[in-house]
Design a binder for this molecule. Sequence first.
Ligand code: AVI
Length: 321
Amino acid sequence: MLTHAVATQPVPEFAADVLAGLTKPQKELPSKYLYDDVGSALFEVISVLPEYGLTRADERVLLRNAYDIVERLPMPITVAELGSGSGKKTRWLLKALARRQPTAYCPIEISPTALAMCKRELGDIDAISILGFEREYLDGLAEVADRRKINQHLFVLFLGSTIGNFDRPAGLQFLRDIRNTLQPDDSLLLGTDLLKPIPQLLEAYADPVGVTAAFNLNLLGRINRELEADFALDQFEHVARFNPYARSVEMHLRSKRAQTVTIGGAGFSVRFRADETIWTESSHKYSKDEVFQMAKDTGFRCEAQWIDHEWPFAESLLVAQ
Ligand code: AVI
């Protein structure tokens, strides 16, 4: 049964983050705010765009290698997924696990809508019981770890290259934080999008239909809706850029002219110069070898790696040392 906890994103925190981000010299907004109900629905559409191969690559690797992945895990096991989304790609792993043992699957999500979707998507798999946690990732994981029975191993899923939305030092710190809630021989399946030619990456994040642009602009729409702001959405445009130093694709919202926006619910107004941008997201890209090093630096050992060659993407099994 899914648990339904109190909402985890109270307005004051959102208002404080918007104020902090829009008063920096390079204006920015945390990418986690892209995912309200509208943003999450737009992300589902992005994941089927021909130009954005990441989600399909993730699913293909899991579909093709689920049994191999599961065979390497010690039993009995509880599965915790950080950011389950719709739960679609997890199906193959859970089906493979269900053949070995009845398994508890604990999706951890701040979005109640995503948790409900995940239960609908995966609720039909025999021998899998679903217990959802409406929590921030690390809080939810700590709770799952606390509830584990003696001898029970944890298998954490962090798929879809969500780690790429952290900058590299923060990504490493996040892996260390995960490691610190685990015991030796627990494991983490980490999905990472691999570097590919820059034009291909830019098309993936600035698709010709404009879905990614809508996904990005919806962040301003969300601020209008939730914080009584007056962003004119047609006066901003979506920009995707490759940052060669960070090896990331950045999404920005560029102000088309000089303008002032008032965010009543956060109690401030902000001026934009023409062409000034708000940085809304970075998607870091990795090499296969880099993941082995990341594992080593954070208290794991990368035991195996599966690659999709159609859209270079790696699924890596990291075992806690
Ligand atoms: C969720 N995350 C891994 C996606 C990515 O590719 O960084 C979010 C996204 N942003 C634009 N398109 C997709």
